[in-house]
Design a protein around this ligand. Structure first.
Ligand SMILES: N[C@@H](CCC(=O)N[C@@H](CS)C(=O)NCC(=O)O)C(=O)O
Length: 249
C-alpha cells in the first residue's frame, strides 16, 4: 500500500492526519496544496477530493487500486482501521474492537465540529497580520472578538469535563486514559494554533494542561513547527491588536 497525503502544515486538520501517520509509523509522500492560494479549487485537486479542502489522502494497493478520501476524521479512522500495527492504532481509535470507547471518541469529534471548529479564528488572525494597520482594530472588533466569545462555552465544557475526571496522574485526555485518541489530536491541533499565535488559556487551567500534554508529543511538535514559527511572527508583529493576554482569562 502506498499513501500520498495532500495537505498543508498551516491547516489544522491536515496536521492532525500527518501527525497520526507518523504516530502509526506509516510511510507517506507529502504533497503540499496551497489552499490559501486557491489550489484546493483547481480541477486536478477536485478529482482527488470533491469537497475541495485539505487534507486528502490517496491510498494505492498492490494491484494499483486507488482509494481517494477527503475529511480528516474519515481519513484518520480509515488509517486506524487498516494499519498493520493494530495495538498502536487501537489506542488512537479502536473502531469495532471496542465499540464503547469508539463511541466516546465519536461523541467528542462530533461535538468538536459544532463548537471549537466552528469558531476557528486562525485564518482571520493570519489575514489580520497581512492587512493594513487601519483595518487591524476593526478586524479584531468585528471578526475576532465574536469568535473568541463563542469559543468560551466550548472551553468551559472542556474545563468542566477535565475537572470531573480529577486525574492527577498524567496530563488530562478526553477519555481519561494516559494515551490520547483521535479526539485529543483533532481538538489539540485546533487549539494549538491559537496558542501558537500567543493566546493564553489562563482561565482554563485543565485545558492548558491537556493541550500541553498533546502538544509535547514528538510528532506533534515536528509537524507543528511551521505554525509555531508563523505564530511567533504574528505575536511579534500584531500582538497588541489581538488582546492576547485577556481574551481567555
Ligand atoms: N472538515 C474538513 C475541513 C477541511 C478544511 O476546512 N480545510 C481548509 C484548510 S484548514 C481548506 O482546505 N480550505 C480551502 C478551501 O476551502 O478552499 C476536514 O476535517 O478535513
Amino acid at each position: 500500500m502506498s499513501i500520498t497525503l495532500y495537505a498543508h502544515r498551516l491547516s489544522q486538520p491536515s496536521r492532525a492526519v500527518e501527525i497520526l501517520l507518523r504516530e502509526l509509523s506509516i510511510d507517506y509522500d507529502f504533497h503540499e496544496v496551497d489552499f490559501a492560494g486557491g489550489e484546493t479549487r483547481t480541477e486536478w485537486f477536485a478529482d482527488i477530493n470533491a469537497f475541495q479542502t485539505v487534507p486528502a489522502l490517496v491510498a494505492t494497493d498492490a494491484e494499483g487500486e486507488k482509494l481517494a478520501l477527503g475529511e480528516s476524521q474519515a481519513i484518520m479512522m480509515y488509517l486506524c482501521r487498516t494499519v498493520a500495527d493494530r495495538e498502536t492504532a487501537q489506542r488512537w481509535y479502536p473502531g469495532d474492537q471496542d465499540v464503547t470507547r469508539a463511541a466516546q471518541i465519536d461523541q467528542w469529534l462530533a461535538w468538536y465540529q459544532n463548537n471549537l471548529r466552528r469558531f476557528d479564528m486562525f485564518h482571520h488572525i493570519m489575514n489580520l497580520q497581512l492587512t493594513l494597520p487601519m483595518l487591524k482594530r476593526e478586524i479584531q472588533a468585528t471578526l475576532l472578538k465574536p469568535l473568541q466569545e463563542n469559543l468560551k462555552p466550548g472551553l468551559a465544557t472542556l474545563e468542566a469535563h477535565f475537572e470531573r475526571q480529577q486525574n492527577g496522574a498524567h496530563p488530562p485526555t478526553l477519555l481519561g486514559d494516559e494515551h490520547p485518541t483521535l479526539a485529543d489530536l483533532a481538538m489539540g491541533c485546533e487549539l494549538y494554533q491559537i496558542k501558537a499565535a500567543g493566546y493564553r488559556f489562563d482561565g482554563y487551567p485543565q485545558v492548558s494542561a491537556w493541550l500541553g500534554g498533546v502538544a509535547e508529543r514528538v510528532h506533534f511538535k515536528a509537524v507543528s513547527e511551521e505554525v509555531a514559527t508563523l505564530g511567533q511572527e504574528i505575536q511579534e508583529q500584531s500582538g497588541d491588536y489581538l488582546a492576547l493576554e485577556d481574551a481567555f482569562r
